[in-house]
Each structure stands twice: as C-alpha cells, then as structure tokens.
Design a binder for this molecule. Structure first.
Ligand code: LLP
Length: 463
C-alpha cells in the first residue's frame, strides 16, 4: 500500500501508525481488474458478481468464509500459458498452489501437464485421470513408497533433488524393471527478490544440488551411469512471486552452461530444461505482473541465444507456474463481524475466517487488498486491518487497507487473489473448519472441495 504524508479518511485519528497512509486515489467501489478474476464485476445495485452470480446469493447458498474460483478465468489462463509457450515447450501447472479433482480435469482438458510434490497430490492427479506421463514428481524428501507409486504409475519425470535420491530412484526403478525419466534439480545461485522463505535458488537451503561447487556436474555423472535412470534434463526453480525476469535469465544461462559442460564431458546433449515456476501476480494494485507471452518470449530468447553461442541444439523448455494460473482466479468471501475502531490507530474489522484460510499474511508478510462486495458505498474511506477470529494477535488477513466508513456487521467483504496457497495451506487451527472451494462459471456455482464439518474433525479424533 502506498504511504505518504496526506491526511487520511475521517475516521482516522491524527496520529497513524508507521507513518501516514494516504487515502486511496480511486473510488473504493472500483474493482481493479488486475487483482480480481476476469468475470468479476458489480451489478446495477453495486453488489459484486462472479460468473454472473451475485455474492449475496453465493454466501447464502455456500456460507462464509468460502473461496470462489472463476472457472472460465482459470481455463483462460491455462490456455494463455499453453499458447504462449506453444508446441515446442511444456507447461506444468504446480499443483501445490491449489489442487482438486476438478482442477486436474480442467488441466487435462486445456492441455496442461501437472507438477505434484507429494503422494497426496499424486493420488489426486491419478484419481482424476491425469495421464501419468503428463505428471512431474517433485520434492526434496520423497519417501520410498511415494517413489514406488510414481514409478509404477509411469510418471513422465521425477525431479531428483539429492545424491541419495539419485541412487534411491534408480534402485527402485530397476527393481520394478523400468528406466525412469528424470531431471536433476540444481540450485543456480540466484538470489530471487522475494521473501526468504519462498526464495529457492541460493545455495544455503534444502532444495536441489548446487551448480557452483561442481556438485551438480557430479550428480549428472552419477545419474548417467545408473541403469534405472534416463536423464532427460536439468531443472531450476528460483523462488516465488517474482516480477523481475533477470533472475530467470541468469538461471537459464547457468543451466545452459551446464548442458554445454555435460556435452563436453559425456558427449550427450540433454534434451530438456525446466525453469520452474515463481512468476508473480497482482495482490494489490501496486503489483505489475508479466503476461505469459512476455515470459515465454524472454525465456525462449535467452535459452536460444545461449544455446547458439554454446553450439547446442535448443532443448525443449518447460515451466511450472502455479500461482500465476490459479492465484488471480479466486477470492475469499467473508462476513464482517466485530468492528473495533481504535482511536489514533486504525479500525480492526474481524471476519469469520482468518489465518486458518489465509496464512500468507502471517507467514510472509504478504500484502492483500479487500473490498466491500455486498453493496457499494459512498462513505468516506476508513483505514482498516482485516483480522480473523483466531486466538492469535498475528491473525491478520489484510494488514492495511481502506474500506468505507459505514461498514457494518453482516456486510460481505472479499479478499481477491487468494486462489494460490490459501486453501492449499489452510489449517484447522482452533478447530476451524476449512472453507469450501466453489467453482463459478456461466451462472452456475458448484462445490469442488466441500466445507469441513465438525464431524470431519471428530472422525479423525479417534482417542
Ligand atoms: N515448481 C517448483 C519446483 C516449486 O517448488 C514451486 C513452488 C513451483 C513450481 C510453483 O511456484 P509458483 O509459480 O506457484 O510461485 N507457499 C508459498 C509459495 C511456495 C512455493 C513453493 N514452490 C506462498 O504462498 O507464496
């Protein structure tokens, strides 16, 4: 959020915390298309609609809190990524951002592949009919059982993350009489400009095998000698919520250099490189994400150029966007409960969810925006902090935002861009019941992940 010395709205007191917050330049009723999914609009009465359905109706039918996912937007984003990368490249949707059987079916129909990183994600993918050869299996500590399941199912690739795993996967594949297609995940030494916990290509972390000290070259040496493995390429994922293409360019350059070294040492040109996911989305109007075609062009150009100068055939590129596909397609709908104005500070607006349905604010200091959606309002802006109902003062959903000063208990507010890493990281803290995910499309809404019930909680509690 922008901060300046401008006076704030009428319910703000003279002294504001951490500097002064300028009242928003735009009308609070306006919905910035950067942060809302494509079919979201306000109807003539000022209420928000998605897929042609008004939020009050959705709240009545499905309750709050709930995630509403704009299916046609999701599909359009899949197509935009697939079209941008074309037939010479592969797009793997990163299931960790949000996965359900319906999502798997949409991906299948829209021609995307799928990256899974656990037995649970693999089971969901297979159950919903994703062809195994279109699945990539990731993870820094895959269990033997998970590897066996993946190899048996015939996944298209396993991304190897350590020396131990190179030997383990080869052993399992040999035992099962299979030559498993694999990539080796390397850490290219790029410091991505993002939160420390979601940056993954600097060397001091748990993922991948470092390029810098020759470990990656050694991993390739070993993988090439093992009968259970068919080494098809090198993988690099540099982090998440990244806007600057420079990190990807450095990563691509270093991966191509490794391909050239492998060619020189082993006489083998590996046919594929995977540049991971991590492309940023707009959580607030201040964020300016890249379009898939710009990303595809930037990555394609750098790989082609580097390969030309190294005398290599251009490998097939793959990417693994999660957030950039699903993030913007959903919003979380909450009902406003307690409103607590703190004179001289800000107004705390409590909603019926919180850190159990969106941990990202507490965990990464993430920025979100929020809007009053059950009606429009001409009231002056008031500086708010949207908080949840959990027993924790860090239970913040939106740190700083403006809502109309006539906000009242019972109003519906929505936080956009919650499609990625909100339901997938949701918890039962305080025995909260995880909210449903409702897909909305062309005037129809259907639950794709149902709301948890107290029965669900008690069923697990077998003591
Ligand atoms: N590929 C690999 C190997 C990854 O580890 C990840 C994310 C992705 C692709 C997808 O990244 P995306 O395009 O969605 O940024 N919970 C954090 C994000 C953790 C991402 C972990 N890996 C968050 O809420 O921001």
């Amino acid at each position: 959020m922008s901060r300046s010395a401008h006076p704030a709205g009428p319910r703000h007191a003279d002294v504001l915390p951490e500097g002064h917050y300028s009242a928003p330049a735009t009308d609070l009723n306006e919905l910035d298309p950067k942060v809302w999914s494509r079919t979201v609009t306000r109807d003539a009465d000022g209420a928000l609609t998605v897929g042609g359905i008004e939020v009050a109706r959705l709240a009545q039918e499905f309750g709050t809190p709930a995630y509403f996912l704009d299916e046609s937007d999701f599909r359009a984003r899949c197509r935009a990524w697939a079209d941008a990368f074309g037939t010479e490249a592969d797009v793997f949707y990163a299931g960790k951002a949000f996965l359900s059987r319906a999502v798997v079916r949409w991906l299948k129909e829209e021609g995307l592949n799928l990256d899974v990183c656990s037995g649970g994600e693999l089971a969901t993918a297979l159950d919903a009919g994703m062809p195994a050869e279109r699945i990539a299996f990731h993870g820094n500590n895959k269990t033997v059982a998970e590897i066996e399941r993946a190899v048996e199912a015939g996944v298209g690739r396993i991304v190897l993350d350590s020396f131990q795993e190179i030997a383990r996967v080869s052993h399992i594949a040999q035992r099962l009489g299979i030559r498993q297609r694999v990539q080796i995940r390397v850490t290219v030494g790029v410091e991505a400009h993002t939160h420390e916990f979601i940056a993954t290509a600097h060397e001091d972390q748990k993922f991948g095998i470092a390029l810098a000290d020759g470990q990656a070259a050694e991993a390739v040496r070993r993988a090439l000698t093992l009968d259970g493995l068919e080494l098809i390429g090198i993988h690099s994922h540099i982090g998440s919520q990244i806007f600057d293409m420079a990190g990807f360019e450095v990563s691509a350059r270093r991966v191509v250099q490794l391909l050239a070294e492998i060619r020189d040492e082993h006489g083998v040109e590996l046919p594929e490189i995977d540049l991971g996911g991590g492309l940023g989305i707009a959580y607030t109007s201040d964020d300016d994400p890249r379009e898939p075609h710009e990303i595809a062009k930037a990555l394609g150009d750098i790989v082609t150029r580097e390969c030309e100068s190294a005398g290599l055939r251009t490998p097939r590129i793959s990417v693994e966007p999660g957030r950039a596909i699903v993030g913007p397609t959903a919003f979380t709908l909450y009902e406003v409960g307690t409103i607590k104005p703190l004179e001289g500070l800000r107004t705390y607006v409590s909603v019926d969810g919180g850190m159990s349905d969106n941990i990202r604010t507490a965990l990464y200091d993430a920025e979100y925006s929020v809007a009053l959606v059950s009606r429009s309002s001409e009231a002056a802006p008031m500086l708010v902090r949207v908080v949840g109902k959990h027993c924790e003062s860090g239970d913040i959903v939106v740190k700083d935002a403006f809502l109309p000063a006539d906000l009242a208990p019972g109003d519906l507010i929505a936080v956009p861009a919650t499609g990625a890493y909100c339901r997938s990281m949701a918890s039962n803290y305080n025995h909260a019941l995880r909210p449903p995910v409702v897909a909305v499309r062309d005037g129809q809404a259907r639950v794709i992940v149902r709301r948890e019930t107290e029965e669900d909680l008690l069923r697990l509690d077998v003591g």
